[in-house]
Design a protein around this ligand. Structure first.
Ligand SMILES: Nc1ncnc2c1ncn2[C@@H]1O[C@H](COP(=O)(O)OP(=O)(O)OP(=O)(O)O)[C@@H](O)[C@H]1O
Length: 256
């Protein structure tokens, strides 16, 4: 099986040890990779470069998509990268306001990617909207409501529906449960976990919350001061961390 994503020596530095450097890994279809580490370690920078939103100083990302046999992300045009992010990829922001269009209805938020793919039939767009609202456990009767009338958890679920409607293969998530109450977080995590499994999604998720990592990620990369200090299976890293920094990270969470 080909990896979905091959990442080699990815580096973007804003200053000494600020950003990400020399990051290499492969991500396979259906696999969930968690990026963990303290604040400022470079997690968001890495996600931004990986998803093609920011260009690296050096390094290479090759995506093996549905059609293109190996797209070299940084050699592709800006338009190609943007198209990829709207179709086979998705990006779930920490703050749903950054990932939703707040001034159009929930249904229109969901339909937008389909329209970008050429679906023009109103009934079809409406149907997809209703179906996806149901799938993310929002009452379909809210389809014509604006996202700002939704709670934070509902907005986040709507953002997920908006991303998943185009049947992406790879989703980037930046602290998707970050701004939510604990009980709302748990609900969202459950939903995310079942969607990821059901749809065989590959995910790269940034989180500083090791409980989120434990629940969702198959593998983890631990970042510190722009570098990956440890990478491996989630259970191995959380139960038996090898690097001194990972040990500190894990033990600091376990202490009350
Ligand atoms: N656009 C930028 N310009 C200058 N410096 C930046 C920029 N983006 C990030 N940095 C710096 O790079 C370092 C890594 O930041 P980054 O946001 O990637 O860390 P993080 O691990 O995601 O942190 P957090 O968990 O707090 O979001 C920080 O020192 C940050 O100040």
């Amino acid at each position: 099986m080909n990896p979905l994503l091959s990442v080699q020596d990815l580096t973007l530095l804003y200053g000494p040890d600020k950003g990400c450097q020399d990051v290499s890994f492969q991500l396979y279809p259906g696999e969930v990779l968690g990026i963990v580490g303290e604040s400022g370690s470079g997690k968001s920078t890495l996600l931004s470069v990986l998803s093609g939103r920011t260009m690296p100083d050096r390094g290479r990302v090759v995506y093996h998509g549905r059609q293109a046999a190996g797209m070299d992300l940084y050699r592709a045009s800006e338009a190609q990268r943007r198209a990829l992010l709207r179709t086979e990829w998705g990006f779930v922001e920490q703050n749903p306001r950054d990932g939703l269009r707040m001034n159009v209805s929930a249904g229109a938020n969901i339909g937008e990617r389909l329209m970008a793919q050429g679906v023009r039939h109103y009934g079809q767009l409406r149907q997809a909207g209703l179906q996806w609202l149901k799938q993310v456990e929002i009452d379909p009767a809210r389809i014509d409501d604006l996202p700002r009338t939704f709670s934070g958890g509902m907005q986040q679920r709507l953002q997920i529906a908006r991303n998943l409607v185009s049947s992406p293969r790879l989703i980037f998530m930046d602290e998707p449960t970050g701004g939510l109450d604990v009980s709302v977080q748990a609900h969202l995590l459950d939903l995310l976990r079942s969607l990821v499994r059901e749809l065989q999604l590959a995910v790269v998720i940034v989180t500083h919350d090791l409980a989120v990592a434990r629940l969702l990620a198959d593998r983890l990369m631990v970042m510190r001061r722009s570098r990956v200090v440890e990478a491996g299976l989630t259970d191995q890293i959380l139960d038996d961390p090898q690097h001194a920094y990972s040990q500190l990270l894990v033990s600091s969470v376990l202490q009350p």
